[in-house]
Structures are given as structure tokens and as C-alpha cells.
Design a protein. Structure first.
Length: 381
């Protein structure tokens, strides 16, 4: 890369790192030191809103509450009212695997748990970026990409999904044991784990695949032993119920269609067709012998954002893992026409999100994920 392009790239990252950091500080100003919204009647409920529901479920499961009761939104909301003194509606369908991996921190009060959760999410995401980029660029990307911001504002697990997939895919060749370990941790998001396992199988990375399945299997078995099979079924039922009861809180094709008045059956069929088309195109992309692995990785991340109907806004942290892979490939092979505009839109997406939803009833992150699919496919030749 010539000097002028390198200087421009660093100035680009510095600008967005400063803007995202400033936006993060503005958002925190809406909360007091206890994590509660300062303004009465605010749309904010509690710091890391969705994580609060997950935290309540985890605590209820640890108290050996029957899973069917633990995942009921009334019991979740009542628990948070008694422990955090916040009166609002909270839901969760977080998998028991998430609860099992969170056990060491569940003795904390919610505010401390949330702070720890945000801190380690940012740290792990930064460390994962370091497997792709030098330290200076890693630090800039760590703060300029709005991954941590999305997780902080909603309490979603996208920052952990992004970190896990980058670790798993970037370490697969040189450090297969570590790659398998991090891929196994991604079992907390089953769809993402299946995509990773499929990628390892397609690339004939047998050692990584074997270790990842071993780690994932151990987590599932230990979670079953701790919470029982009923916790898994209750989690699934809670997710399906929320999807049909409050579809507009999700950011998927199904939710967009269902919220616009299309029937459940039609929306479900179109979601399945979308998933099938993405998988079919992905198979063709992974079979191309000259397609760079970074491009394949970016496609996989975009696919993970679009296949599942149970996809929150914060889950699009996975999209920015794809941006990191695409940026790495662009550095090595050069930028194509329109790439700079796409990267600019991705880095500035949080500033357009609310306006885009108002005018289109669709998440801007989802639109960018669709573009990432096409850009990855275009760069595969």
C-alpha cells in the first residue's frame, strides 16, 4: 500500500474512532451511576436492556426455578423489579449455554455484571482483531467499528459473536487448537456454530472441526447436566413465542414481512427461501479454488446475519467481523469500485439506523449485510 493511501486509511479510522467514542459517551449520559435512565418516560429501560432479561433468566435458572417459569416474561420482569427496582417488560430466550458460561459472574448485581460483560466483550473483540491487523490499526478498529456500541445500547451478544468468529477463522491455519476452542464457544449461537463447522468441513480443516465439536459438545452436555433438557426447550419456545408475539423487535426478513402485514406462512416461506439461497450461493463460493479465505469469511459473517429470523439489532456485531475480513482482503488485493463508499456506510451506520428504520421499517444493518453478501461474491473471482 502506498503512503498516501495508508495515511488516508488511518485518518479515516481515527475520525470514526473519535466519532463512535463520542457517541458512546453521549449514550451513557442518559443513565445515572446506578444504570437507570435519567429522564422519566424515556425509551431507555435500563443499561444494556436486553441483557437485563438474560441476566434474570440466568439467575432464575441458577436458583433452580423450573425452566418453563424462568423463561416467562412475567417472572423475568418481576425478578428485575425486585432486584434492580426497574418496572418494565423484559423478555429473554437466551440459550442455557450462555447461562452456563456466565456462571462465574452471576453472583454480581446486575450493574456490575453488565459492566463486566461490556468490558470483556470489547477486550475480546480487540484481541480478535489483533489476529488480523497490526496493533495500531487494531486499536483504531476496536473503537471505530460500532460493535461494542451496539451491544452496550441494547445488551445483545453481537460483540462476542464477532470476537468468536474472527478468532475461529483467522487462527484456523496456524493455531488450529485455539481456533477450535473459540469456534466451540460459538455454540452459544447455534446457527453461527453450524456455519463455522460447515466452513471447516469445506476447507478440510479436520483438526479444527474435531476440536470445535468437542468443545461445543462439552458445553452442551454440561449445560444439560446443570439445567436439564427442559431449559433448552423452554428457551426455544420463548424465542418462537416472542417472534410471533413481538416480531417488530427483531431485524430479520421474517420480522419485516410479518410486521408489514404479510401472513406468517408467507413470511416463514420467504425466510426459508432466503436462507436456502444464501446457503446455495455459499456452497458455490467455497468451492471456488481461487477465492481468498478472507472473502469466504466475510460471506459467512453476512450469511449469519440473514439466515436466522431471531436476530436482534445488536447481533449485527457479527456483520462487523465480516467488515474486518473484507478490509483485510482489500488491503492485500486492492479496493474495487464502490468499496470505499460501502466501508464508509458501514462505519457510520449507527448514525443512520434510527432514521432508516422510520422510513423503511428495515434495519440499516440488515441492508448492509445484504450488500456484504454481494460484495463478497463479487470479490470471489
Amino acid at each position: 500500500m502506498d503512503t498516501d493511501k495508508k495515511i488516508f486509511q488511518y485518518l479515516f479510522l481515527i475520525f470514526f474512532a473519535a466519532m463512535t467514542g463520542y457517541t458512546f459517551l453521549l449514550r451513557t449520559a442518559f443513565y445515572n451511576e446506578e444504570g437507570f435512565p435519567r429522564a422519566q418516560g424515556s425509551s431507555f429501560r435500563i443499561i444494556g436492556e436486553n441483557l437485563a432479561g438474560d441476566y434474570a433468566v440466568f439467575r432464575l435458572l441458577e436458583k433452580q426455578t423450573p425452566p418453563e417459569q424462568a423463561y416467562q416474561k412475567e417472572n423475568i420482569s418481576d425478578f428485575l423489579y425486585k432486584t434492580a427496582h426497574v418496572d418494565n417488560r423484559f423478555i429473554s430466550f437466551a440459550s442455557p449455554m450462555k447461562s452456563f458460561l456466565s456462571v462465574p459472574w452471576l453472583s454480581m448485581d446486575y450493574n456490575s455484571f453488565c459492566e463486566t460483560w461490556i468490558f470483556w466483550g470489547l477486550v475480546l473483540f480487540g484481541l480478535s482483531l489483533y489476529t488480523l491487523f497490526p496493533i495500531t490499526k487494531t486499536l483504531l478498529l476496536m473503537f471505530s467499528l460500532p460493535v461494542a456500541f451496539l451491544s452496550f445500547t441494547t445488551g445483545g451478544w453481537g460483540v462476542y459473536a464477532a470476537a468468536g468468529v474472527i478468532f475461529a477463522l483467522s487462527l484456523a491455519n496456524k493455531h488450529p487448537k485455539w481456533a477450535g476452542f473459540f469456534a466451540g464457544l460459538c455454540i452459544i449461537e447455534p446457527v453461527l456454530f453450524i456455519l463455522l463447522a460447515t466452513a471447516f468441513f469445506a476447507r478440510k480443516q479436520k483438526k479444527v472441526l474435531f476440536i470445535s465439536m468437542g468443545v461445543a459438545g462439552a458445553i452442551v452436555v454440561l449445560s444439560l447436566m446443570r439445567y436439564g433438557f427442559e431449559a433448552f426447550t423452554a428457551s426455544f419456545k420463548a424465542g418462537v413465542l416472542e417472534l410471533y408475539d413481538k416480531p417488530c423487535v427483531f431485524s430479520s426478513l421474517f420480522s419485516i414481512l410479518y410486521c408489514s402485514g404479510i401472513s406468517i406462512i408467507t413470511a416463514s416461506v420467504l425466510q426459508i427461501l432466503l436462507a436456502g439461497g444464501i446457503i446455495f450461493a455459499g456452497i458455490k463460493l467455497f468451492r471456488q479454488p481461487l477465492c481468498p479465505s478472507y472473502v469466504q469469511n466475510a460471506y459467512l459473517c453476512a450469511a449469519g446475519c440473514l439466515i436466522s429470523p431471531l436476530f436482534y439489532l445488536a447481533d449485527f456485531g457479527l456483520f462487523y467481523a465480516g467488515i474486518a475480513f473484507l478490509l483485510k482482503d482489500s488491503e492485500q488485493r486492492g479496493f474495487l469500485k464502490g468499496d470505499i463508499l460501502f466501508f464508509t456506510a458501514a462505519f457510520s451506520s449507527i448514525y443512520f439506523e434510527s432514521y432508516f428504520i422510520q422510513f423503511s421499517d428495515m434495519s440499516f444493518q440488515m441492508l448492509l449485510s445484504v450488500f456484504l453478501l454481494f460484495i463478497s461474491y463479487r470479490r470471489s473471482y
